[in-house]
Design a protein around this ligand. Structure first.
Ligand SMILES: [Zn+2]
Length: 312
């Protein structure tokens, strides 16, 4: 049997190197637009393995603070929703370890809050945002689900920004959005400022602390990610940011209304793949799913002892 000659041998050296470079570029590009593909069957298994990859004691509790509310209707939040009121809680979460804390999202100042009121006055509690600022200062690490103002402004616009930036992880996709297409001008991040942060890029999962894993989920924004947290008790939480504003988006596999999808410039197909996976790990594997803004659900989680409603 004659061995098949390698491609390189068939092509003159110079052409070969050009060809291979081009082929390589095409291959890597193909890896990037994965957002419209369903998540792989083994994703949860890989997330759990990643969660166990960083040695150290696991977290024991998770708390959150609500710094503001936006008053919407279910019709604005979910396809085919009613005109019943939907309270959007503006939140930041704190993961408590025996030897420190990790913050998930960062709250926001009142000026950024006003952006979400579309001209209306809506509840904002500056003293609670102050407790978030103190919790950010005390935290060992700060993670953000995505680059919208209500999640990231508490770091970007903080009076303590220089102190917070070196322990805040931003992804390259988040930095890029904040630079070239920020949700509002107040949260623009220049490339020079971005150098103060821990800027990372990863393919699909990235462990960042014992039991904590980032899961790439572009769709609501380019830099959106979920955050998986497993506690010492074995409970597993999945912080889904804004993939769905209400848990009803997930349980009913319903997107936001078309007008909202267009306004936010979302990728509906990517969101549907993400919601399908989230529903599956919630129903089949018992993960506790935490959307950032579902006030009714967060209140229930507090009553059930799954979340604390005060930062430590
Ligand atoms: Zn949000």
């Amino acid at each position: 049997m004659i061995a098949k000659p390698s491609l390189c041998l068939l092509i003159p050296a110079l052409a070969s190197s050009l060809f291979l470079n081009a082929a390589f570029a095409v291959d890597t590009d193909d890896l990037i637009p994965r957002e419209s593909e369903p998540y792989a069957e083994d994703l949860l298994q890989r997330v759990r393995a990643a969660a166990a990859s960083i040695p150290g004691a696991r977290a024991t509790a998770i708390n959150f603070a609500k710094v503001a509310e936006s008053h919407r209707t279910y019709a604005a939040v979910i396809e085919g929703g009613s005109d019943e009121p939907f309270v959007s809680a503006r939140t930041a979460f704190q993961v408590e370890f025996p030897d420190g804390t990790v913050m998930l999202d960062s709250g926001m100042d009142e000026a950024v809050h006003r952006f979400y009121g579309f001209g209306r006055e809506e509840p904002y509690w500056p003293e609670i945002n102050d407790t978030v600022q103190e919790a950010l200062r005390a935290a060992r690490l700060i993670l953000v689900t995505h680059e919208h103002g209500d999640h990231v402004a508490g770091v970007l616009r903080s009076g303590y920004r220089d102190e917070l930036a070196p322990k805040t992880i931003l992804t390259k996709d988040q930095v890029r959005s904040l630079n070239i297409a920020p949700q509002l001008p107040e949260i623009t991040l220049t490339p020079a400022d971005a150098r103060n942060y821990i800027v990372v890029d990863y393919e699909d999962v990235l462990p960042v602390a014992p039991g904590i894993v980032l899961i790439k989920s572009p769709g609501h924004t380019h830099g959106h990610q979920m955050i998986y947290v497993t506690l010492a008790s074995g409970s597993e939480y999945l912080f889904i940011g804004d993939i769905g504003w209400s848990l009803d988006n997930i349980t009913g596999l319903k997107l936001r209304p078309a007008a909202t999808i267009a306004r936010v410039k979302e990728d509906p197909q990517a969101l549907m793949h993400q919601m399908t996976w989230i529903k599956q790990v919630m129903d089949d594997d018992g993960l506790i799913v935490v959307p950032s803004h579902d006030d009714v659900l967060l209140t229930r989680y507090v009553a059930d002892g799954l979340l604390g409603d005060e930062l430590r």
